[in-house]
Design a protein around this ligand. Structure first.
Ligand code: ADP
Ligand code: MG
Length: 255
């Protein structure tokens, strides 16, 4: 009766009719989106088009006005009455990486990654530290384990933030302009870690203006404007031959 959660036929993340109002302003307007296991979805669009609000609603950092979010087959009605239990359950499955890395400056890199595992998953310190070290290897920062974030470059801090999110074994990773606070060369090391994650089959939604990343790594490109999805499709097709005038204007502005 129950299908395996990773069945390719079934989306790992399903968003239905998601809207978010701030007063009388509609920041996200009836967005629906299915993401398949292992799919990488890039989202672009002008500033103020609701990209961040959409991501923040998906892991309930922002409480959506209406909609339903299903992760791994478990639906949550998100109409402002989400229980604490549902919120914690959903947030565990959806990792998020922000433009500003949001690490604790007074904790070492290792503790930044281990502490959430102990608090959220109840892992022992030894277990959490072992997992953190493996992730630091993966993002190329094992040598920084005992450093404090302010001693690390922005690119290193963002890679730590990615490791911290991965440490909770999420089903989906959300990235909100993860490189836009970084100098280009530091952005590249972050994009390279993200590309590696994508190659390993992580399901990802990435808000980005890095059109090369979107074109090379994403399976699908979504264009948002005024809180809505105005165009989506194969990234190269959308970039080379946009069907909607606003997409064309936006793409020529960022290239
Ligand atoms: P983007 O990430 O695409 O630049 P945002 O999701 O940040 O867009 O914002 C979408 C719209 O929602 C904007 O008009 C913004 O001003 C508004 N908005 C975002 N967050 C808030 C908030 N906390 N309160 C009021 N308005 C907000
Ligand atoms: Mg934003």
């Amino acid at each position: 009766m129950t299908e395996p959660l990773t069945s390719p036929a079934r989306p790992i993340l399903s968003i239905e009719g998601l809207s978010k109002q701030f007063g009388d302003h509609t920041a996200v307007d009836d967005v629906s989106l299915d993401v398949r296991p292992g799919e990488v979805v890039a989202i672009i669009g002008p500033s103020g088009s609701g990209k961040s609000t959409l991501l923040r609603c998906i892991n309930l950092l922002e409480s959506p006005t209406t909609g339903r979010i299903t992760v791994g087959g478990i639906p949550t009605e998100v109409d402002g009455k989400v229980s604490q239990r549902e919120l914690v359950a959903l947030r565990r499955k959806v990792g998020m990486v922000f433009q500003s890395f949001n690490l604790f400056p007074h904790l070492t890199v290792l503790r930044n990654i281990s502490l959430p595992q102990e608090r959220v998953l109840g892992r022992s310190r030894a277990e959490a530290d072992a997992r953190s070290m493996a992730l630091l290897e993966q993002v190329g920062l094992a040598s920084k384990a005992s450093s404090h974030p302010p001693r690390c470059s922005g690119g290193q801090q963002q890679r730590v933030a990615i490791a911290r999110a991965l440490a909770l074994d999420p089903s989906v990773m959300l990235f909100d302009e993860p490189t836009s606070a970084l100098d280009p060369e530091l952005g590249l090391e972050v994009l390279s870690v993200m590309r590696q994650l994508a190659d390993e089959g992580m399901t990802m939604i990435v808000v980005t203006h890095e059109i090369h990343f979107a074109s090379d790594v994403a399976d699908r490109l979504i264009v948002m404007a005024d809180g809505r999805i105005i165009e989506q499709g194969d990234p190269k097709t959308v970039i080379d031959d946009p069907q909607v005038e606003r997409t064309r204007t936006f793409l020529s502005a960022i290239r």
